[in-house]
Write a protein of this length. Structure first.
Length: 169
């Protein structure tokens, strides 16, 4: 447990970090930041329940209907989530889009990837340590059970008179 669990956690963290860095590169290559013009404002369901992804205060979460230019130059419009307090029609809002111009989530950043990789490594470490401990406890339980079975057999062969004077034992 002392050697294997940390090694598994470290390896899992490294592999996760590498995969997330590839994801970050891909997301930054295919997502574009653009500005749009607010057409109308509406509260979103996230304003009531909160949005753990954005980390924004639930009271400040809104959706707006906006128009923006796609990377190919064509105009687009649609509903866009925003963390801004109050947006009025005509104001500018920042929008992340994919290569087709559709609204996309903000790409992951490197510190967030490091945190996710660290959590994955920690989880792998804990899971490995738990499995090793469970196997160890199972082996010890089986050994103790066999020991008690041998002890019961020894008591059975010795008989109920074991240790009494004059029984020959």
């Amino acid at each position: 447990m002392v050697a294997v669990a940390p090694a598994v956690g470290w390896l899992c963290g490294l592999l996760t970090d590498s995969a997330l860095r590839d994801t970050i590169r891909e997301q930054h290559a295919h997502r574009h930041r653009t500005s749009g013009i607010v057409l109308s404002v509406s509260m979103s369901p996230a304003a009531i329940s909160g949005d753990p992804e954005s980390g924004a205060d639930p009271a400040t979460r809104q959706t707006v209907t906006a128009s923006w230019k796609a990377p190919d130059g064509g105009g687009r419009h649609g509903t866009v989530p925003t963390a801004a307090r109050v947006r009025k029609p005509g104001e500018r809002v920042l929008i992340w889009t994919d290569d087709r111009g559709a609204v996309a989530p903000r790409p992951m950043d490197v510190p967030t990837a490091h945190i996710h990789a660290g959590l994955a490594g920690t989880g792998a470490f804990l899971l490995t340590a738990g499995v090793v401990e469970a196997v160890r406890r199972t082996v010890v339980r089986c050994m103790v059970r066999r020991r008690y079975e041998r002890l019961d057999r020894a008591w059975a062969t010795a008989g109920p008179d074991w240790g009494r004077t004059g029984t020959g034992s």
